[in-house]
Write a protein that binds this ligand. Sequence first.
Ligand SMILES: [Zn+2]
Length: 465
Amino acid sequence: MMRSRTVAFLALLLLPLVTWAEPVAVHNLRLWQAPDHTRLVLDLSGSLEHRLTRLRDPERLVVEMDNARLTENLAPLDVSRSYIAAVRGAEPLDGKLRITLELRRPVRAQSFVLKPYGQYGHRLVIDLYDEAVLETAPTPEPRAAAPARPVLRPRDLVVAIDAGHGGEDPGAIGRKWRTREKDVTLAIARELYKLVNATPGMKAVLIRDGDYFIELHKRRQKADRFKADVFVSIHADSLPGSRARKVSGSSVYALSDRGASSALARALADSENASDWIGGIDPREMDNDVRRLIGDLTKEATIADGSKLGGDILGGLRSVGPLHNERVAHAGFAVLKQPIPAILVETAFISNPREEQLLRSSAHQKRIAQGIHGGLKRATPWIVARREAGSAPALVATPVVPAAPRPSDPPSSMREHVVKSGETLAAIARLYEIHIDALRFLNGIQGDDLQVGTRLRIPARSGDS
Ligand SMILES: [Zn+2]
């Protein structure tokens, strides 16, 4: 008797929670246009269930969200350069919110939700891929499968220029003028592109040429598709705290498979690697990417060549201004995991107001590009010599096939950590050298609360067995 009364009482308590749940508010829309897709991002006040329905004649996509509403005074969205002709919202009485995207062309739509990360709260991301582009896109020839060509045919040195961040991911933000790293990196990349293409024997490829986000593994894939010989990723550094206002100078980083050269380098790699979480990558794809990185250990030769290339680039940058690091620093940057010499240039500290001002000036952007270009010219002879001596295959990463997991093992790309009494999320993040936000993201944790006995997914690192 007693028990059933308690149950009934509890049910009464729960009932209002279920029926009166506050609808999730859609309070902002953002649109990014990439060469092959439009990305629409909805900022949400909480998580929600959603469905996509495609309708034809005319082409439309309906985004249906359960228990959601549009915030009043939603800022108008400029759709002029996207695949979307118009966005219309409707809130029928069933509590669902339907947003209809009127499309300019047939698209293949993909969507995923993102948990809060960095400056963003809950997000719903809808990617619209141009069907025509998808059908005509050539399938990239795998580098390793290219036939050995005994004829020494001179070929231009192909330089992949990667402007860091973009779209949803602004990168670091300057303190004085709120300069966005993604704009500075693109401006410098375009300057470098012009210089490289004006140099006989060199050819440039821009990995990103606009304000849109590209996942880190897709940046690597694009360089591979264009048969790039070297990869240069351009960034601007930032440090927190007031002391950071005085820190200045440029640095060059190369990949390391033996840990970072300093705690600062590791923190920097963590923050640059977080780009995927901020820019928005489908969590399912993230799992695949972790797996891909594990199976694709870059050979020691490539890592050594990255350091050598970094030394040449540092030489070029010395003429631009003071260096923050006199030597090439090392850390596990995901974007540098490539079978070609690859480096990441932190052009200056955007957190230092004096350098932020320099980074905004087109004259200084040009000088930085000239410095990097000088370094590339210095590196060209040895990279070409190595390629033409037929040692290129040595630079190709041999995929390491992990041993088949036993049925009881977690997937090979993931380890497991069982939370013990007294452990904090921060301590576990430190233990596995993983960014705390990444740990939250992979395990769907918000805040810092941990239950003893919880099994946490931890990405395995290269070299782990
Ligand atoms: Zn960056």
